[in-house]
Design a protein around this ligand. Structure first.
Ligand code: SN0
Length: 317
C-alpha cells in the first residue's frame, strides 16, 4: 500500500476485516515486521486517540514511532506555494517534507481542513505534497477531507456488534458550537457505502456531503424518519457544505437523546470522540450500555496496525 486515504486503498473489505480481527486477537504476532523501521507521525492539529493509537500500533509491530507536533515543537511551516516568507513561518513544507522522509520508512500526517478555501481543502493540497515530496508511504491521520483510520475502526466495530447480515446504519449530523471539518463523516459515508450495510445520512439543509463520499446512501432531511429502525446511530457534527466551513444550524433538536434512540431498533450509539456531551449526545445515551464509543476508540489501534502492517509487508517485497 503506497498511501492510505480512501477505502479502495485497503482492497477488499472482507479480507481487511478478517485481518483486523486476527491482529486484534494476536497484536504482537508481527513484532518482527517493523524491526529497524521508523514511522514519523506529523501533527498540525490536536489529537488524543490518533496519536496514541498510532504509536501503540507501531510499537505492536516493533517499529519506532517519532511524533512531531508542528505547532508546538518545530519551526512554523509555510504551506502555500510562491509565498514571500517574511512573516512568522520559518520553514517551507517543500524542504521539511523530504527531510522528514529521509529519516523514516512511513509517514503519518494529521492536517485538518482550513475550512476557508474549499478547493484547497478538497484537493488535499497538503497531503498531496507529502506524497509527492517524501517518497515514502503516507497515512492520512485526518487530512482535509478524510479520516480513513477512524472509518476503518468504525467498520471493525460494526462488524463486531452487528446482529444482522446487513444492518441499518444512520450517520446523523448533530449540533456543535464551532465549525468542524467534514473528514470524519466523509470517510464514514465512503466506508459504509463500500461495506454491506444499509446507509442513511441525515443532515439539515446546507450540510449535504459530497456524493463522491455518500455514494448510494439514502439522504434524509427528517432526522427522526432517518433513525427509524436503525441498528447503529453514528452522530457527528460537521460544518456546512453550501456555505463552506460555516456553522449555519444551531438547532438543538438534532442532539441525540433518548427520544431519538427510542425510534431505533435498540440501536448502538457511536461517535469518533472527542464528543461534546449534551450538545452532540445526552449523558443518558452516551452513558447507556448501547454506547460503543470506548470499544470504537480501542479499535483505532487495530485499524492503524493493519494499515502499517500492510505497508511494512510491501516494503520487504
Ligand atoms: C475533529 C473533527 O474532525 O471533527 C477530530 C475528530 C476525530 N474534532 C474536533 O476538532 C472537535 C473539537 C471540539 O472542540 O469539539
Amino acid at each position: 500500500m503506497k498511501s492510505f486515504f480512501h477505502v479502495q486503498d485497503i482492497g477488499p473489505l472482507d479480507a481487511a476485516l478478517r485481518e483486523a480481527l486476527e491482529v486484534k486477537a494476536n497484536p504482537l504476532a508481527w513484532k518482527h515486521l517493523g524491526e529497524n523501521r521508523t514511522i514519523i507521525l506529523v501533527f498540525f492539529n490536536s489529537s488524543l486517540r490518533t496519536r496514541l493509537s498510532s504509536q501503540k500500533a507501531a510499537l505492536n509491530l516493533g517499529m519506532d514511532p517519532i511524533v512531531l507536533n508542528v505547532n508546538g515543537d518545530s519551526w512554523k511551516l509555510e504551506t502555500g506555494m510562491g509565498v514571500v516568507m517574511d512573516g512568522d513561518k520559518s520553514e517551507h513544507l517543500r524542504e521539511a517534507i523530504p527531510v522528514i522522509g529521509s529519516y523514516c520508512d512511513i509517514i503519518g500526517v494529521r492536517s485538518f481542513a482550513g475550512l476557508k478555501d474549499k478547493e484547497f481543502d478538497y484537493n488535499e493540497t497538503i497531503l498531496r505534497q507529502f506524497i509527492e515530496y517524501s517518497g515514502k508511504p503516507v497515512i492520512s491521520l485526518e487530512s482535509a477531507t478524510v479520516h480513513p483510520c477512524q472509518a476503518f475502526a468504525d467498520l471493525i466495530t460494526i462488524e463486531e456488534y452487528r446482529k444482522k447480515r446487513r444492518p441499518k446504519v444512520v450517520l446523523s449530523w448533530a449540533p456543535h458550537p464551532g465549525c468542524l471539518p467534514q473528514a470524519v463523516p466523509n470517510s464514514f459515508a465512503e466506508w459504509m457505502d463500500a461495506a454491506d450495510v444499509e446507509l442513511v445520512v441525515t443532515q439539515p439543509e446546507g450540510y449535504e456531503l459530497d456524493p463522491r463520499f455518500t455514494g448510494g446512501a439514502r439522504i434524509e432531511y427528517d432526522q427522526m424518519k432517518a433513525l427509524e429502525g436503525a441498528d447503529f446511530v453514528y452522530a457527528k457534527n460537521w460544518s456546512a457544505t453550501k456555505e463552506y466551513g460555516r456553522n449555519i444550524c444551531h438547532d438543538r433538536s438534532w442532539t441525540i437523546d433518548k427520544a431519538h434512540m427510542d425510534v431505533t431498533e435498540n440501536a448502538y450509539f457511536m461517535h469518533c470522540l472527542p464528543v461534546r456531551r449534551n450538545v452532540i449526545v445526552t449523558d443518558e445515551v452516551i452513558d447507556s450500555p448501547r454506547s460503543l464509543v470506548i470499544p470504537e476508540a480501542a479499535n483505532r489501534v487495530v485499524s492503524a496496525q493493519v494499515v502499517m502492517k500492510r505497508m511494512l509487508e510491501d516494503l520487504v517485497k
